[in-house]
Ligand binder design. Sequence first.
Ligand SMILES: Cc1cc2nc3c(=O)[nH]c(=O)nc-3n(C[C@H](O)[C@H](O)[C@H](O)COP(=O)(O)OP(=O)(O)OC[C@H]3O[C@@H](n4cnc5c(N)ncnc54)[C@H](O)[C@@H]3O)c2cc1C
Length: 445
Amino acid sequence: MSSDNAAQDSGATDESVWDVVVVGAGPAGASAAYAAAVAGRRVLLLEKSELPRYKTCGGGIIGPSRDSLPPGFELPLRDRVHAVTFSLNGKLTRTRRAKQMLFGLINRAEFDASLVETAKDAGAHVRTGTTVSRVEQHGASVPDRRTVAVVLADGEIVLARAVIGADGSASRIGAHVGVKLDQVDLGLEAEIPVPPTVAEDWAGRVHIDWGPIPGSYGWVFPKGDTLTVGVISARGEGAGTKRYLEDFIARLGLAGFEPSVSSGHLTRCRADDSPLSRGRVIVCGDAAGLLEPWTREGISFALRSGRLAGEWAVRISEAQDAVDARRQALNYAFAIKAGLGVEMGVGRRMLTAFERRPGIMHAAVTSFRPAWHAFADITRGTTTLAEIVRTHPMARRALSAMDRPQPGNRAAGGRGGIRGGKRAEQPPAEHPGPRTENQPGTQAG
Ligand SMILES: Cc1cc2nc3c(=O)[nH]c(=O)nc-3n(C[C@H](O)[C@H](O)[C@H](O)COP(=O)(O)OP(=O)(O)OC[C@H]3O[C@@H](n4cnc5c(N)ncnc54)[C@H](O)[C@@H]3O)c2cc1C
């Protein structure tokens, strides 16, 4: 997609101020732009890349993601998952199957570009190849207290009544808002084209391997003639994470196939008390650190928070003064905390339990029928982990027992400093080999 509406878009001729400007056209930004556009507002979506663009991601679409898509949106599914092979660092391999589809797999470039098209169809204007440098809410570029100046890399200034930061995990808008993080992980992925015989073997089946580094895991997500193979682990374990990916690929018998893309990307989870807004600027998706801490599933968080951000940005854009704008922004934060915030709280506890006792997690999901059913229900979106923990006393007791520190357990402190804040915001100690689309050293958030 090119900047097809650019001339018209940049002009904002009749009124020189957009109601809502959205920065970043991933699932969060496209969803936000769609929500504000269907409400009839003048919306501009700014994206630094040309679309479609590659994004390091497994492309797993669970039930809550499907449920948050714009009405009528056709998911460009590459595969439908009916079976999961689990292993514990390459051992104790077991495959579980389900008649009903568990979750879907998409190619992010296709999926994201289609979502942006949907936002455009709803009336949003889109400018690609446009990098936002910063936003200003005071000073010479800002004509009045109801307006935000969005400063582009070439110096152009775009004015808006409300701004949504959806610019991913290295978010500049997140830095403006002051988003605080308490968990940073590094994901490494390889897109591996395979011959038809290998592709057939993987059709409809994913592999999940609980990894050797506390809190790490690996996956194989098949997309027809290409397998997306990846691993994720706490940042600061770069060399070990890279070795884990190499070992995982070798164990799967895939080392002989040349990856078409090898990349890495950081994922970040917000601290519980982190802000979600500043003045007329709000953040969503990865830019807000909204991500499931255990699985690092983020598409549903991006779609859900993006939609809320679009809806609340409409109200912020209508606010006549700073007090009203703040009230609407706080309402947005409240909606996020009451939904996604609760899910993140349970996810953090699950990650702690998993870091301490990966073997128990593996045994549960492979050999204990209710745990497998819970996995299936969560991925299908008929329930959430938070709901299970809230409504099932046994699940609550099991989680409480597992996320309690064990004396003498090496992982008893969990990630300690990485979760604890300071280390999460330090520059990474090392960086693995593959190209990274999200150079940690350049992050602003
Ligand atoms: C290895 C890995 C595997 C993953 N697998 C899964 C999975 O299987 N399922 C799942 O649900 N989640 C997965 N995730 C998480 C998921 O990818 C993210 O949570 C999701 O992409 C967040 O969407 P977003 O719209 O917030 O951000 P992004 O998708 O990162 O989109 C941000 C957009 O903003 C643009 N942008 C950035 N800066 C600027 C700027 N200054 N100006 C203009 N535009 C800008 C970027 O180009 C990008 O298009 C995975 C993550 C990793 C790292």
